[in-house]
Design a protein around this ligand. Sequence first.
Ligand SMILES: NC(=O)c1ccc[n+]([C@@H]2O[C@H](COP(=O)([O-])OP(=O)(O)OC[C@H]3O[C@@H](n4cnc5c(N)ncnc54)[C@H](OP(=O)(O)O)[C@@H]3O)[C@@H](O)[C@H]2O)c1
Length: 314
Amino acid sequence: MRVIVVDRFGGPEVLRVKTVPDPHPGPGQVVVEVKVAGVLSLDTVIRRGEGGDRFAVSPPYVPGAGAAGQVTEIGAGVDPSWCGQWVLADVDGGGYAEQVLAAPDQLIRIPPGAGLREAMALLHDGATALAVFERVRVQRGETVLVQPAGGGLGILLVQLAHAAGARVIGAARGAAKLEAVRGLGADVVIDYSEPGWADRAGPVDVAFDGVGGELGRAAARLVVPGGRYSNYGFAGGAPVPADEVARRGVTAYGLEQLSEYEPGRRARAERVLRLAARGAVRPVVGQTFPLSRAADAHRALENRTATGKTLLVV
Ligand SMILES: NC(=O)c1ccc[n+]([C@@H]2O[C@H](COP(=O)([O-])OP(=O)(O)OC[C@H]3O[C@@H](n4cnc5c(N)ncnc54)[C@H](OP(=O)(O)O)[C@@H]3O)[C@@H](O)[C@H]2O)c1
């Protein structure tokens, strides 16, 4: 089978196609024939060698924490009803491949009628968006800022806040992303690459910040005392320390909130799939690339041309 391998940390060019022997399931394992693999910004961070202790991966490795496809083989001790099922595999690496090995507890059945790509777009982004959103308890009528509003996770937060009856401000860079976000429930869209953007965003009750750095600090400063600031990513700079924000009387949830959500990830992924099935959230697959062009998928994320979810099609 073909996989994408990283032999050394570096730029997108280190993502190379390699042919390796097909995997065979050991006891308690299944083989999933992959149709679609998810790409995360985190994959680019790890590929650059910036994963730190939390994501300590060393080359050679096959990137990718999620894949969607069909179970084609099962190992000893696995419930035979898995055979032939269409599933999401929530794996610890190895997703950029034609086949992945997984244990049944890493699998989520894709509900009948759900698109494989749409389901894949929700596996991580949807589960984390739900967790982050629920922690903050958005109330009807509150003003909520989401940034980056056009990211895979951000675009789901915009929808969740809109559905909760909030007035939603979506901040992102560039007209294409802002248009997409407006169409999904943002009442106001703001380009945060333009001077004075924060003044136009005005005071907010809640800020969801996946950017960090200076943009993150500016978002945190917009939150009124008594409001909530939630930092779930650092796409554009260092995470904003929660204690710094809390000094202004704002309840701050720092990046460490993410590890608390790990145990409930599977249940949340299943729940967000059900929400999508009844149209309560709409996964947005902005761009797909053939597996062999994984490097271009990483480039799209790193040069900020990607909107919504980025997928590899096998
Ligand atoms: N997706 C998940 O499941 C998940 C889970 C936990 C944490 N996170 C983190 O949360 C952050 C946002 O995630 P996401 O899924 O909404 O977005 P994403 O699809 O990973 O895309 C990253 C976004 O970050 C923005 N950005 C701002 N400054 C950037 C920079 N210097 N370089 C690259 N991108 C930059 C870009 O939007 P603009 O061009 O509009 O600025 C881009 O759309 C990321 O840091 C991600 O690692 C994501």
